[in-house]
Write a new protein. Sequence first.
Length: 262
Amino acid sequence: MSRHFCFSRLFSVVAALAAITSVAVCHAEEPTPPASLKLGEPLVDHLERLKPLNPESTVWIDMVGKRVVLQGQVCQRDALLEMFACLANTKEHESIVAVPCKAFVVHTALLAVGAKPGKSVRFDPEYVPASGTEIEISVHWKNDKGEVQTARARDWVRDVKTGKAMEHPWVFAGSGFWDNEATGQRVYEAESGDFICVSNFPSAMLDLPIKSSKDNAELMFRAFAERIPPLGTPVTLVLTPKARLAPASTPGKTPAPSGRGG
């Protein structure tokens, strides 16, 4: 089964999203988040442009700004990493942020704002890195004074060898599907938790375009503890396809990697 065919249903949803008339959006007009989640509103500008894409109100789309906005919380501050962000209740032990959502919803939203999936990493017969539209990710949170802070997501990831922030971008690899023979359903592979990865996984939605092992003894990245707020802190992630980034729309003040003084 070809990737093009596998994503045909997602593309049909994208057409509806582009007009902001899909059933998923309509049903999320008055979301009722679970009582255990107190993530607050997204910490971004132009809130009036955001349309919720799931009942939990943790995935939003801005068709004007061509960005996808996610709501999650810090789940690790000092750990070796396979993910920057995972889906809630999946891989929190090796991720910095957990997002309570379905991966396919975010995939669909990225398509709607212009990102194009490439190919997942391949290891056989030889290594071929993941490809796809580069996705810039920023993270927003409030400090203990209630002031909104901003940083690049990669500045929360430390390269184990250099001790510096991760230099590599994320690309929209796009994951894939597998058929559940027991139920007859087609399952989006990233729902296992391989959401925004820093180790290579064929099932990754977003991956790095470099060789990065998932073996524990060879993990390349660690959480940058000094730059990450306390566990449980609500965070907003903003995903923007790189081709859509325009210098004119970039704020004049570039936030410090530590997020202080933003």
